[in-house]
Design a protein around this ligand. Structure first.
Ligand code: HAM
Length: 427
């Protein structure tokens, strides 16, 4: 007999097991509460999109498009991609549904899985969850500051402190081409000292050299011309005002002239939020975002100034776990329902509903027949009371309440049992 390969989840993709769900719930609830406060509306877009949206939106020479897209061809010949990020899909949806005809800005949030074919490592997966906030149809830098503030508030609310907020401006189509030329000529004269990746980047995407982590590129990088010294008047004003808004809300930030982000659609403001611990740094940024005033045009629409950001949920949950952040426990049952015989089992299903309507959690083992096994289970999970519904009780419309600590038991009417239990557990 041939030995079959063991079946397991795909590389870099994980089950979210029941014990993990409470973290996701906590993050979701916090994000939703803050989204509601700032009046963002939730949006869900398909997991699959036409690959073209990302090729155009993120840029052909970005890592995400070049190496990390999961692509598939449909039977009809369409090339679709598992979404590697949310912003391009949201802009596509905004244009498709004519949201530009509604009062602006449109403020949207989302929460879901994303896919990138990456080398799995700490905080880097091939399927990861992310939540994001996007504001479309607003030019003012106050929005850029509000986006940073929202992520900062969410992380604080989840008790993730020691945050480092890094900000930069990467200019726009007026000033960036000139800066790019300066950068190319600077790096060209030092090309032989650059790492092989940066030599390639020099031809394809010279700005990306600025966030190279290779040791040998650091001294060259540190002398390179900086975008903030070459911003056009409009970008300079926008950046200055953005920083003033951050000052006003006393949100601590650091200028990082090397922050360029990995996606081509950004203009003006870019930002990242990291957590300042070993673990936080090893994982990379928790949140990344910025302004993307040209994206709607690139995707075939009109000019729509916009700004947003996204946070990696696994990275966030990894931190919540190491910091042992306490989660609200859902109330666990104190009552167990044991049944013997067919009639009792039928009545048990109905009785469970009576408890549910009163919001009293109740444990059961409806598939079991033996009373001993059911009492054992009730004992094992530390129940205060076990309700015993036998054949005779079911016929008489009665039920036994057994006090598991004292070992005492009494029989009550079936239609009064919810009230009796309520009295005992002070509900
Ligand atoms: P991003 O920086 O590529 O930006 O991703 C946002 C966040 O998703 C990262 O900071 C990180 O926490 C998480 N993340 C990214 N890749 C992975 C991965 N392979 N495994 C685990 N977590 C990951 C964007 O996607 C932009 N759409 C953000 C944005 C929104 N910009 C404007 N609006």
């Amino acid at each position: 007999m041939s030995k079959k390969a063991k079946l397991q989840s795909p590389t870099g993709m994980h089950d979210i097991l029941p014990e993990e769900q409470k973290y996701f719930d906590k993050v979701y609830d916090t994000v939703k509460q803050i989204a509601d406060f700032y009046q963002f509306q939730k949006i869900d877009t398909p997991i699959l999109e036409q690959a073209e949206i990302f090729l155009r939106g993120l840029g052909q020479t970005t890592d995400v498009v070049e190496k990390q897209m999961f692509l598939l061809k449909t039977k009809g010949g369409d090339i679709l991609a598992l979404r590697p990020e949310g912003t391009s899909s949201i802009v596509r949806s905004y244009l498709e549904h004519g949201m530009f005809n509604l009062p602006q800005p449109i403020k949207l949030w989302y929460f879901g899985p994303f896919f990138r074919y990456e080398h799995p490592q700490a905080g880097r997966y091939r399927q990861f969850w992310s939540f994001g906030f996007e504001v479309l149809g607003e030019r003012s830098p106050v929005i850029d500051a509000q986006i940073v503030q929202i992520f900062y508030n969410i992380l604080n609310e989840l008790k993730i402190k020691d945050l480092i907020v890094e900000v930069n401006s990467i200019g726009d189509s007026q000033c960036r081409p000139y800066y790019k030329k300066l950068l190319i000529s600077y790096f060209k004269s030092r090309e032989t000292s650059l790492c092989s990746d940066c030599r390639r980047r020099l031809r394809e995407n010279p700005l990306r050299i600025l966030d190279c982590k290779e040791e040998k590129c650091q001294p060259i990088k540190s002398q390179a011309p900086q975008m903030i010294d070459h911003l056009c008047e409009e970008c300079h004003k926008h950046f200055k005002e953005f920083l003033e808004f951050l000052d006003e809300i006393e949100l601590p930030y650091q200028l990082n002239p090397y922050l360029v982000r990995g996606l081509d659609y950004y203009t003006k403001t870019v930002f990242e939020i990291k957590e300042d611990s070993e673990e936080g740094k090893a994982q990379g940024a928790l949140v990344g975002g910025g302004r993307y005033d040209n994206l709607a045009k690139i995707l075939g629409g009109k000019n729509v100034p916009a700004c947003g950001g996204a946070c990696g949920i696994e990275r966030l949950i990894n931190l919540m776990k190491t910091k042992k952040i306490r989660l609200h426990q859902i109330s666990s049952p104190e009552v167990f329902l044991a049944q013997i015989g067919d009639l009792a089992r039928k009545k048990s299903l109905k009785l469970m509903e009576d408890f549910r309507k009163e919001n009293i959690p109740i444990a059961e083992s409806l598939g079991r027949d033996s009373l001993k096994a059911q009492l054992n289970k009730a004992n094992k999970i530390g129940m205060k009371y076990t309700l015993i519904l036998g054949q005779k009780e079911a016929l008489d419309g009665k039920i036994i309440i057994k006090d598991m600590e004292k070992g005492k038991q009494e029989t009550v009417k079936l239609d009064k049992v919810v009230k009796e239990i309520k009295k005992r557990i002070n509900k």
